[in-house]
Design a protein around this ligand. Sequence first.
Ligand code: C2E
Ligand code: CA
Length: 550
Amino acid sequence: MNEESKTKLDELFNAFSTVSEGAYVYVCDMDDDYSRWSKSAVDYFDLPNEYMEGAGAIWEEHVHPDDRENYNHSIATIFDGTSGGHDMQYRARTRNGEYVTCTCKGVVIRQSDGRPKYFAGSIKNHGLHNYTDTVTGLRSLYGFFEDLRGMFWSHDEGIILQIGTTGFSQVNDIYGYSFGNRIFQTLARFIRKKLFSFGSVYRMDGTKIAAITHGLSERQLQEIYEEIKEEVSKEFYVDGNHVSLALNAGYVVIDSFTVNDKTAYACLKSAYYESKKRRLGALVRFDDGMSDDNQKHLEILNVIRNSISEDFKGFALFYQPVVDAATEKIKGAEALIRWRDATYGLIPPDWFIPVLEQDMLFPSLGEWILRRAMTDGKEMLAKHPNFTMNVNLSYTQLEQEGFIDMVMELLAETGFPAENLCLEITERCRLIDMELLKHIVLTFRENGVKIALDDFGTGFSTLGIIRELAVDTVKIEREFVKGIETRVEDQITVEFISSLADAFSAEVCVEGVETESMKEYLKKYKVHSFQGYYYSKPVPYDEFVELPIY
Ligand code: C2E
Ligand code: CA
């Protein structure tokens, strides 16, 4: 590296150090991959020098093996230009071989021509990593990951489970934070007492408890969970006060080791959420009713999960036309994700979206989907100027910090007009806080982006939602139109939903239109667009643009 570049690097480094009080600082010249790091970081983490070439790889060695995948993914997206920076937590190894938790914030600084030039950031050291939770005395989340990895290494069959509470924040509101802690502590001990003879019990994030068990049958687990649930909802006393808690639980049976610990954990979270949000706290087994082969499902998920890190290998968007109900001309398309490979063939989204949306890698897939849909959509716009591209969202994307900005930036980057994008809020999106959802919907609409309510009529809070959120379109779930020509119940439902949407000035799109007579019958309602196999199944881009309707 020449002297001039080095001086510039030093100047930038000094400026960064001044504003990053209390944190380690690094600045990397991305052209030469040459960087300067704080002296204190060099000493504390035993790095070779304040000036380093290829510091990314050197630092990676210090990142905890469990956190590396996440770290590498983030760095790769920064260097290939798909991301403008990162804000992440990981554990880093010190000179003494201990791990400390760090928050690392980095930004890419670009040259006037937009080319990335520097990667600069700060690393905040939160101190030694705690393997014991101070409230419950149980092993912490990190202990759980360590033991879960051990389970996979040693091929120990067993069941992993997670139990948590509903509405614990209300408990804190009613009793105060410190008594709230006492309640949680008592609950944790109670659960531990019931399970400890089968394995270890852990405090997870929030008010959740996990266990890694061996020799516990599913039937025993069911009985134990019923006992726990019964007692904490009725006979639960903390320091003489009667408390009632509602629980949820999910579990995964681990009896083959073709998957890794991270996939298993994403599946555990997905079973837990199913229990919490849809099954009123019943014990949910991962994969129940989804496939007849739990292990095969896990194995495929593992491969799909890995392909996110391999530049989204195997992922593709299919497009299904949306047609105008009156003219039957094409109005737009819905983008639907698929994954395929030579071994497993074409895998539909129901197999992986509910699990992957619990995964820390999901935001990058969500971004990939949006970018792809906008890029393809731009081509479609050239032929049909009013074309609307519909993209499905997961609720975890909406909870993601900076999600709205990310979408707006993608629109700018791809040159796709906001007015031609419609984001579909699926039934699962309604699980997030209503105030947050309202804010998101409002902000998108203010920026011109359209919003549709997907699978309308299937959720718990259907009626409330259409009152609370001003949306552009309501999509009627295909279950309700299946028997439209003969079933009075379906006719009443479609009549009701379309009048309701009309009252709130939303358009109606009917999904699952499979035959000509269905579509003719549906025309007597206030509906604006149709989507279904009658017009076309979802097809790859190349086939889409060849459709007769296109
Ligand atoms: P959805 O949003 O309700 O999507 C419509 C589903 O109905 C699609 O299934 C589509 O292939 C199917 N379909 C369309 N017309 C007909 C018809 O006439 N008859 C029948 N029987 N089915 C029809 P697909 O592609 O398997 O998607 C399933 C679900 O996966 C979607 O339901 C959506 O919730 C989710 N999903 C798909 N792509 C994405 C994505 O990119 N992101 C997110 N977050 N979720 C996605
Ligand atoms: Ca949809």
